[in-house]
Design a binder for this molecule. Structure first.
Ligand SMILES: NC(=O)c1ccc[n+]([C@@H]2O[C@H](COP(=O)([O-])OP(=O)(O)OC[C@H]3O[C@@H](n4cnc5c(N)ncnc54)[C@H](OP(=O)(O)O)[C@@H]3O)[C@@H](O)[C@H]2O)c1
Length: 283
């Protein structure tokens, strides 16, 4: 097949199910030249990773979901060289299985060291690492300190890279509530954040992976800033969860107090389209 004229496999699959659907045609716009690549998604079975894999397939790429379940472990190194053989791009969308401060730091540092080393050996052209908007502003949080340490390993590695700092997923807001719950009360700060639908963040990550490495940071965020206490209360209420949200400016968010803008993106993030109100309604 001539590379420039290749028909993305996602479209062929759709056609075989009875015709092309409009959303698929829209997705093609993000890969207009049909440049098919082999893209390995570490953590490709996770919440974000599985959406990235789906989106890359829709764009016509060979997307490989890699995780311990499929024999690829960034901590032990098992299966890494085999998975990365022939890859054009690697996306690290893995997450630590445990989040206490020492364990999460060890996970992200070890994982990033092993993965960047294997990526350099495999001659991969673009390494995309997932991080979090505001991670560098909140050193009191062990989890966010670990994300910054992961970024530093990527920064020092001898591989062309893009760090994608994403905002919180709408789908993660319930977990935020659980992390701050005490019995029937959930204490939340009135700080702003800019959450997004995970599938749309994944589309943003796929687009970054399809482009050239920037050797720096790209931010992807939801369309509007929201107050965290209010958003959490609305998610709980929509789920029929009777817990009460109490606004408390000192309530910790994964180990740190938040300022009003700690989790808000810098100037010029790439924005996802779906607003929180519409997402809640669709659910
Ligand atoms: N949650 C949010 O709102 C948010 C916002 C911005 C950025 N992020 C970032 O996005 C990334 C993904 O988060 P998520 O919530 O989608 O994570 P998740 O659902 O917990 O998925 C984690 C993935 O990592 C894999 N994994 C765990 N240990 C591994 C190892 N040793 N080697 C290879 N893969 C391993 C898991 O595989 P198994 O299923 O086989 O265990 C799973 O596929 C993280 O870096 C996170 O910091 C998250």
């Amino acid at each position: 097949m001539v590379a420039g004229l290749a028909i993305p496999t996602g479209v062929l699959a759709d056609a075989s199910r009875g015709g092309l659907r409009e959303p698929r045609l829209k997705h093609l716009a993000s890969n207009p030249k049909g440049n098919q690549m082999r893209i390995v998604v570490i953590g490709g079975t996770g919440r974000l990773g599985s959406e990235i894999v789906a989106r890359l397939e829709e764009d016509g790429h060979e997307a490989v979901a890699a995780s311990p379940e499929s024999g690829v472990d960034t901590i032990t190194g098992e299966g890494l060289d085999e998975a990365l053989a022939g890859a054009d791009v690697v996306i690290d969308a893995s997450n630590a299985p445990v989040w206490d401060d020492a364990a999460v730091l060890d996970f992200f540092q070890t994982s990033a060291r092993n993965l960047t080393a294997a990526t350099v050996s495999a001659g991969v052209k673009h390494y995309v690492a997932m991080s979090i908007v505001g991670a560098d502003r909140l050193p009191e949080s062990g989890y966010l300190r670990a994300k910054v340490a992961q970024e530093e390993v990527v920064n020092r590695a001898l591989v062309p890279f893009t760090i994608v700092r994403a905002t919180q997923f709408f789908e993660f807001i319930g977990r935020i509530a659980d992390s701050s719950a005490n019995g029937s009360t959930v204490r939340m700060p009135p700080a702003l954040f800019q959450p997004a639908a995970v599938a749309e963040l994944a589309a943003g990550v796929a687009k970054v992976a399809e482009g050239e490495p920037v050797n720096g940071i790209v931010e992807v965020a939801g369309p509007e800033p929201l107050r965290m206490d209010e958003a959490v209360a609305r998610v709980l209420s929509a789920a029929g969860d009777a817990r009460t949200v109490v606004t408390d400016p000192h309530a910790p968010y994964f180990g740190t107090e938040l300022n009003t803008d700690s989790l808000v993106p810098d100037e010029g993030p790439r924005l996802t389209p779906t607003r929180f109100d519409d997402w809640l309604e669709q659910r």
